[in-house]
Design a protein around this ligand. Structure first.
Ligand code: KG4
Ligand code: ZN
Length: 336
């Protein structure tokens, strides 16, 4: 079964063709990151206009790369939320038009479920029950899955999401947008031990909190306790040290709480998903410290893409979840 996936929830216009939920035939992404970097963050109005320009070419490219025509496509899967309303509307309306024109079934996919299903791409060894750590720009959730489409949210962030914290910390340190990759790069040239930042453990729960560590960093920068300019004689931690210290503070909490939840719920595997899961240190620490096997999609499949939406859509169709043509966007859609 070949599914065309369409993803426009944020600032990537993406289309992909995936066979049987696991085999990627094509995976095309038009990124707007350079446009939004000029503004230091995503401008929703600009994002939807860019989606309008890119969506038809990117669908054509995905079908060409996969070597399929409309007659070969068995269904369309499109992200309906969570995300920016104006961005989601572009993907959903184009998907509905294609479904109507080519008489294809359509299914609306939750973007967060899509992130989880990136783990099935090219991988036939996913076993239930499993725990998934979803860490993206808008979410930090620990989700227990006992089967396809069966989600129990064990914990989530009480304030900032992990990716949001990386983006805010990068802004504080003057490292630009998007913050996650910028912090990871800067941290490679710094020493984490030079700047110990607080960790919010929220003991006894699987919830997270990342606004405190970001505020602690801001106070240190405002109090001139971090040297952001190249001042050779200074004994203060540098911006690179601060990036390394911040990265470790966030990742130590994510790894410790994920391993604790995996043990408590006796899962067979732990999965990682979302843009922050492309972080090399997080991947290494979780893989190296977890007594339970850990699966991590390749970095390109952790950040937003349409192959994960097509993979998730395959399991939605298998479960008989076919949407009607009055399908609408749900910008604040939750997991389960
Ligand atoms: O999943 P994603 O691509 O989009 C959302 O659904 O939000 O995640 C984007 C988030 C951003 O906050 C970005 O800074 C973060 O993931 N991110 C990273 C890395 N790459 C992307 N965070 C830490 N380290 C990275 N290498
Ligand atoms: Zn995402």
């Amino acid at each position: 079964m070949k599914i065309l996936g369409i993803e426009t929830s944020c600032d990537e216009t993406a289309a992909a063709v995936v066979e049987d939920g696991v085999r990627i035939l094509s995976n095309q992404i038009a990124s707007q990151v350079e446009i939004h970097a000029r503004y230091g963050g995503i401008v929703p109005e600009v994002a939807s206009r860019q989606h309008l320009l890119a969506i038809i070419p990117i669908i054509k490219q995905a079908m060409t790369e996969a070597g399929v025509s409309w007659g070969d496509v068995d269904g369309i899967a499109v992200t309906i939320g969570p995300g920016l309303a104006g961005s989601l509307l572009v993907g959903v309306n184009v998907a509905k038009a294609m479904a109507l024109a080519h008489r294809l079934p359509i299914t609306g996919v939750n973007h967060l479920e899509g992130h989880i299903y990136a783990n099935w791409l090219g991988n036939s060894s996913v076993n239930f029950p499993l725990l998934c750590l979803i860490v993206s720009g808008g979410h930090s959730d620990l989700v227990l899955m006992k089967g396809h489409g069966d989600y129990v949210v064990l914990g989530r962030t009480r304030d900032d999401a992990a990716g949001e914290a990386f983006d805010k910390a990068a802004r504080i340190l003057g490292l630009g947008y998007p913050g996650g990759p910028a912090i990871e790069q800067a941290a490679k040239h710094g020493t984490a031990a030079s700047l110990k930042l607080p960790r919010a453990w929220l003991k006894g729960s699987s919830n997270f909190s990342f606004s405190g560590v970001k505020t602690a960093l801001l106070r240190l920068v405002e109090g001139d306790k971090i040297s952001l300019t190249a001042n050779q004689g200074s004994r203060l931690p540098t911006g690179n040290d601060a990036a390394a210290g911040f990265q470790e503070a966030v990742i130590e909490v994510l790894v410790t709480k994920t391993i604790a939840a995996a043990k408590e719920h006796r899962v067979q595997q732990t999965l990682m998903a979302g843009g922050v899961a492309s972080n090399g240190l997080l991947r290494r620490w979780l893989v190296d410290n977890s007594p339970i096997p850990v699966l991590v999609p390749e970095p390109l499949l952790c950040t937003d893409n349409a192959a994960m939406i097509a993979a998730c859509g395959y399991y939605c169709f298998q479960a008989g979840k076919v949407s009607s043509l009055d399908l609408d966007v749900v910008p604040s859609l939750k997991m389960a």
